[in-house]
Design a binder for this molecule. Structure first.
Ligand code: HEM
Length: 289
């Protein structure tokens, strides 16, 4: 297996061209292996009637009275961002990788246009998260680490106290978010630089802006982040379609989760249902007159 692609320049020197596409198979295998191992672990240990599956999941009714039937989880702005990001990512993956698998079409223009859509969506998300949503909900706390550790120990069958119920985003969500953020920023930064090398309606290409070996490094980073997305997207879609997770996926469409799910999975101290949340949930819709 090769790690890099090389090419000869007009002077016969070997220069770095980019990442080796052999790594695509490694990324596909890692994503599929993760899905298979998780499915097996699920049937062995994580199902609701197994000890680890039951951990901390007894329904709480003490706070139940104040919780509305539909607990808002994602605002319209967050959902719109999510689906624009997902569509542009899939467009980038297909336009980037299909030509490598031998499908010939003019992929460069749809590719960079999808890249600009993704860049715009991410800029919006950074501003929205910093000034409206607040960054605290994605911060990894000591409690998250403790619960994550207890979860791991329960999965391998160690007799430990059950981990507590989580806030809105458990450790695994936060870790996935942070790894995806780094990968996305890398692919955007390198992709924007690489646009200098392609013709657009705004400028003609200038492949000589940077030395060849610097372009080589930029192409390796763009390729590495792109290949990492194969694994990240397989694991993300795998969880999204798992039957016991579909209510979370559905909330990314409708915006709310049912009260029973909230009481079963979340700790109201870490994800409180505030008066504002209740007002939003019980606000009459225009259809109600
Ligand atoms: C999920 C995100 C992305 C994936 C999977 C992806 C994938 C790829 C792949 C596989 C290549 C071929 C690289 C090579 O030949 O070494 C490429 C090239 C390129 N990408 Fe991306 N990319 C992504 C995001 C972006 C973004 C955000 C932009 C721009 C804002 C962008 C702009 C470009 C450009 C300009 C090229 C070079 C085309 C050329 O040299 O002819 N990409 N991308």
């Amino acid at each position: 297996m090769e790690w890099f692609r090389w090419q000869r320049n007009p002077w016969g020197q070997e220069i770095l061209r980019g990442l080796s596409w052999d790594l695509i198979w490694l990324a596909l295998a890692a994503g599929l292996l993760f899905a298979v191992v998780h499915t097996l672990l699920y049937y062995w240990r994580l199902r609701p009637n197994t000890p680890a599956g039951m951990a901390g999941k007894k329904n709480r009714t003490d706070v139940g009275g104040q919780v509305p039937e539909r607990v808002p989880r994602h605002s319209l702005a967050s959902r719109t961002f999510h689906w624009i990001m997902a569509t542009s990512m899939l467009a980038l993956l297909f336009t980037g990788f299909l030509p490598i698998f031998g499908l010939k079409f003019s992929w460069v223009t749809p590719h960079w246009i999808s890249g600009l859509v993704l860049t715009g969506a991410i800029l919006f998300h950074i501003i929205h998260a910093s000034f409206w949503k607040g960054l605290a909900s994605m911060w990894i706390t000591l409690q998250d680490l403790r619960d994550g550790w207890l979860n791991l120990r329960q999965i391998v069958g160690l007799p430990d106290p059950a981990p507590g119920r989580t806030g809105k985003n458990p450790l695994e969500n936060k870790l996935f978010h942070h790894v995806t953020s780094i990968t996305t920023l890398a692919v955007i930064a390198t992709g924007l630089l690489m646009m200098v090398k392609v013709d657009t309606p705004f400028w003609t290409r200038n492949p000589y802006l940077l030395p060849d070996d610097t372009w080589g490094v930029i192409y390796v980073l763009h390729g590495a982040a792109s290949v990492a997305f194969i694994t990240l997207i397989i694991t993300h879609i795998y969880f999204a379609i798992r039957p016991e997770k579909r209510w979370i996926t559905l909330s990314m469409i409708v915006g709310w989760i049912p009260r029973t799910r909230y009481l079963e999975h979340y700790d109201p101290e870490h994800w409180p249902v505030t008066q504002q949340t209740i007002r939003k949930a019980t606000r009459p819709s225009p259809k109600d007159g």
